[in-house]
Design a protein around this ligand. Structure first.
Ligand code: PHE
Length: 455
């Protein structure tokens, strides 16, 4: 069931209602829940696509203030004054020391519940004037607390507002209706990661942020004069500025495919230099690691199909804005086997995002030097009201795979997805800086549950 018991209850109620829709506030009080819990369920259901439709409304509502809550629980100040008076009365100065003394005294006096004997022995003394009192202030507040503010008249409400026991607040509520894909049972989201799920993929070793241009670009058939290699897009390292160790045979084949072609390709026909390939940089994508892994795979005696994944940090020298940071995280995936097609790639990505609760997906033809065909993946961000790029993907080119030594019939589908953008979409975050970097509200980190895997 989707996102826990509240979403489940909400769907069941929605299944029973006749088409007018449900109001989130009314639903909260019918279910005996806090309004925020219902709002949370609405948001998680919205993230599933078209299961529900939710229209945001703004309405005014009477709420107890903190003091109002205390009064609803413990009684009004005047009633508490009344109840703290024993039969022999209490010195006025002692009564005034009680936290509810001052206000309670004057209200109880004007209600004629108590009286003051100014000439008592030992100073002014306060006595009860009646046997019992009816604490109607408390009763009215309890009504408001039960969501029945409408049973009080305007004068009563404004009196209690003056006493700061009640406040009129604006609340954002939702009118919830069945969506086009309504169902009272929705597929469980993959929030419970199991060891098996992870064990069916090999995690790539992505613990080196520094990479050589060779693995980040050259191995990926990215020509040396490609604009992405420019300082504007890539952070190069000053120290150590150059990498020294490469598999030289393979490097020779990479040089050849760039400059002269081969494997049925005419190459780029330019002077490939090792000087450019040795330049160290902060990796611009985790596809650098995919290249290393595929090269290693090709060194095995016999090819075996593989699935690789990684989630780690990459760096780009970008202009920062609401959806761009100079460092972010990529979810990289690679599947190598005989006979894989673009359909396998699209199906895998669709399935992946659906399990995250993201269903509005679009694929757009794109260009990468290392994949053909290539597709960018877009997802609709309700908050930003636009399609946002969440990843890039494709089938690795023969010019990349064959110099590594992989068998000719093997296809490799691969993708590099943003970790942050889908997260923004799923949780309705409009600025990436709220999620990564120094502006992150640490409370969010403390409040978020951690994920533990049973072994
Ligand atoms: N490396 C690409 C990027 O950073 C993503 C990608 C990975 C594309 C694998 C195709 C294949 O955008």
């Amino acid at each position: 069931m989707a996102d826990g018991p509240v979403a489940e209850l909400l769907l069941r109620r929605l299944g029973e209602e006749d088409g007018g829709g449900l109001d989130s506030l009314g639903l909260a009080s019918a279910l005996g829940l806090d309004h925020q819990q219902v709002v949370g369920a609405v948001k998680s259901l919205q993230a599933l696509g078209e299961v529900i439709e939710a229209e945001q409304l703004s309405s005014k509502r009477w709420e107890l203030t903190a003091e109002g809550k205390e009064t609803a629980e413990e009684g009004s100040h005047e009633a508490r004054v009344f109840h703290s008076l024993p039969a022999q009365g209490l010195p006025q100065n002692e009564l005034m020391k009680l936290p509810f003394g001052k206000v309670g005294f004057s209200k109880a006096m004007s209600n004629k519940w108590i009286h003051l004997d100014k000439n008592a022995d030992g100073g002014p003394r306060v006595f009860r004037s009646v046997q019992n009192v009816k604490d109607s202030v408390r009763e009215k507040l309890q009504l408001v607390h039960q969501g029945r503010a409408e049973s009080l008249d305007e004068k009563e409400k404004s009196e209690m507002k003056k006493r700061k026991l009640l406040a009129e607040v604006n609340v954002k509520t939702y009118l919830i209706r069945k969506g086009n894909a309504f169902s009272t049972t929705v597929t469980k989201q993959e929030t419970d990661l199991t060891q098996e799920m992870i064990a069916s993929f090999t995690e790539m070793p992505t613990n080196n942020f520094i990479e050589s241009s060779f693995w980040n670009f050259d191995a990926l058939f990215q020509p040396q004069q490609h604009p992405a290699r420019d300082q504007h897009d890539t952070f190069f390292l000053l120290d150590p500025a150059e990498a020294t160790e490469f598999p030289m045979d393979y490097l020779g084949r990479v040089k050849k495919v760039h400059s002269e072609g081969g494997y049925g390709s005419q190459g780029y026909k330019y002077d490939w230099t090792i000087k450019e390939a040795t330049k160290n940089l902060l990796r611009t994508h985790t596809t650098a690691v995919s290249a290393r892994m595929l090269y290693q795979l090709a060194q095995q005696e016999a090819f075996t199909p593989v699935k690789y994944f990684s989630i780690d940090r990459v760096f780009r020298n970008e202009t920062l804005d609401a959806t761009h940071l100079a460092e972010f995280h990529q979810i990289e995936g690679v599947v190598a086997d005989y006979g894989l097609t673009l359909g396998d790639l699209m199906g895998t990505l669709k399935e992946f995002f659906t399990k995250l609760g993201i269903t509005k997906l679009r694929f757009k033809p794109a260009y990468n030097p290392y994949t053909e065909p290539s597709m960018e993946v877009f997802s609709y961000h309700e908050g930003l009201k636009k399609w946002v790029e969440v990843g890039n993907s494709g089938m690795f080119r023969p010019e990349m795979l064959l110099p590594m030594g992989l068998p000719a019939g093997v296809s490799v589908i691969a993708w590099g997805l943003s970790l942050e953008r889908p997260t923004m979409i799923k949780y309705g975050i409009n600025n990436i800086r709220e999620l990564v970097g120094h502006r992150v509200n640490l409370q969010m980190v403390y409040d978020s549950p951690i994920c533990l895997l049973d072994s």
